[in-house]
Design a binder for this molecule. Structure first.
Ligand SMILES: CC(C)(COP(=O)(O)OP(=O)(O)OC[C@H]1O[C@@H](n2cnc3c(N)ncnc32)[C@H](O)[C@@H]1OP(=O)(O)O)[C@@H](O)C(=O)NCCC(=O)NCCS
Length: 384
């Protein structure tokens, strides 16, 4: 029997602060009627000053692990897909790995913009099915509102912050991730871009004056691309799974814009009520949007074990991809004395603090302290 990659846990976390279209109309020349009619978005969540991409990702991952009943020390892999990572490096995934106490897991970030969650799901599932690992947590996490130009009404009304995560585990049971299809077209790279900082445009006064540190978008071209790509890649991944569109109970798309989803549904000839949609309440949360939508649909009973589902993403790159899966659930019934997310956070924090202390003591003992002393930037919390 071949090894399957089952989705055994799921979690989502959105910051508390809700920002409505009316709130935005106080800072930029826009209005609720325009935003709702062109995008379907009514409100979105903004991360607080204390929150960051790694902290949102950690909350979503801990919830997903709890649903799966999986102890973080058993995890083999942590992937964070993000368009707004904590830093260039270290990878956000490494910070999450430390905060959840996934001691033996490898961790890395994956950048495929809004398609990132689907791309990450594809690689994690392949690693499990190949037998190379037994478990993974795949996270989409964003604080994109930190990279928006609040003088550009074309972009700043579209995005929101949040995180979502799936746990994947090896199993002999049929189901889980069935097939995937991913694509890229770098010739459209400039259509949706965050130019600086980067090798091409390092952070300097010229870059700042040109406002290159903010998301830039050609909305019309992205719209055209997205409506075509979505339907094509959904069909492709369903066909690779040996299924037909009629076999699929739910399509869970990247929540970019209601009009894109309506156009794609029309192309596919699938009624809108087979799409899971929540863009009205969260805006475009990039890599986080698919798992946040899935968690809501599982919690309210729409997605049930056995359902065949398609996750479909599209975005900057250009990138687009879809994963067809059979929804399952935890491999084992919940453990009575499973550690809570709070306890895991506490123990992981103690372990991390101890490791830092030991590293410092070792440096003192062996006379390497002259190289130490470099502090992270203000507000950074990975130096105690
Ligand atoms: C961004 C988007 C909503 C704009 O809608 P559109 O119908 O293409 O609008 P246009 O760009 O043609 O602009 C129409 C007018 O609305 C104005 N406008 C743009 N943003 C506005 C806003 N937030 N509030 C009010 N007016 C706005 C424009 O300035 C333009 O005015 P003008 O005719 O006086 O120049 C649409 O192109 C879109 O959804 N694109 C895809 C974006 C996306 O999902 N990106 C992420 C993919 S992962």
């Amino acid at each position: 029997m071949s090894i399957q990659a089952q989705i055994t846990g799921w979690g989502a976390y959105v910051p508390q602060r809700i920002v409505t279209n009316d709130d935005l109309s106080k800072i930029v020349d826009t209005n609720d009627e325009w935003i709702v009619s062109r995008t379907g978005i009514s409100e979105r969540h903004f991360a607080s000053e204390e929150e960051s991409t790694a902290s949102l990702a950690t909350e979503a991952a801990l919830q997903a692990l709890q649903v799966a009943g999986l102890n973080p020390v058993e995890l083999d892999l942590v992937i964070v897909a993000s368009s707004s990572p904590e830093h260039f490096f270290p990878a956000t995934a490494c910070l999450v790995q430390d905060r959840i106490g996934a001691n033996k897991a490898g961790a890395y970030d994956l950048l495929a913009a809004c398609s990132g969650f689907v791309f990450a799901l594809d690689v994690a599932a392949q690693a499990i099915r190949s037998g190379s690992i037994r478990s993974a947590v795949v996270i989409g996490a964003e604080t994109l509102t930190r990279f928006l130009d609040w003088t550009d009404r074309n972009t700043c009304v579209l995005f929101g912050d949040g995180a979502g995560a799936f746990v994947l585990q090896a199993s002999d049971q049929p189901g889980g991730v069935l097939a995937s299809a991913i694509h890229s077209d770098g010739s459209g790279g400039e259509l949706l871009i965050l130019p600086s900082p980067g090798s091409r445009h390092p952070m300097n006064i010229q870059a700042l004056e040109a406002r290159l540190q903010y998301v830039q978008m050609n909305g019309r071209e992205v719209f055209r691309f997205a409506t075509r790509a979505l339907g094509q890649v959904v069909q492709e991944s369903i066909a690779k799974a040996g299924l037909k569109l009629e076999d699929i109970q739910w399509i869970i798309p990247h929540q970019a814009n209601m009009r894109i989803l309506e156009a794609a549904a029309k192309n596919l000839k699938v009624p809108m009520d087979r799409f899971v949609i929540n863009v009205d309440r969260y805006g475009n949360t990039s890599t986080a949007s698919i798992p946040i939508a899935v968690v809501e649909a599982v919690q309210d009973g729409r997605i049930r074990p056995g359902d065949k589902v398609v996750f479909v993403g599209f975005g900057a790159g250009l990138t687009w991809g879809a994963v067809t899966a059979q929804w399952s659930g935890p491999l084992a019934p919940p453990r009575r004395h499973a550690p809570t997310p709070k306890l895991i956070r506490l123990l992981a924090g103690l372990r991390s603090g101890l490791l830092r202390l030991l590293r410092r003591l070792d440096a003192v003992v062996w006379g390497r302290m002259q190289n130490w002393g470099q502090k992270g930037p203000p507000g950074d919390d990975y130096l105690p």
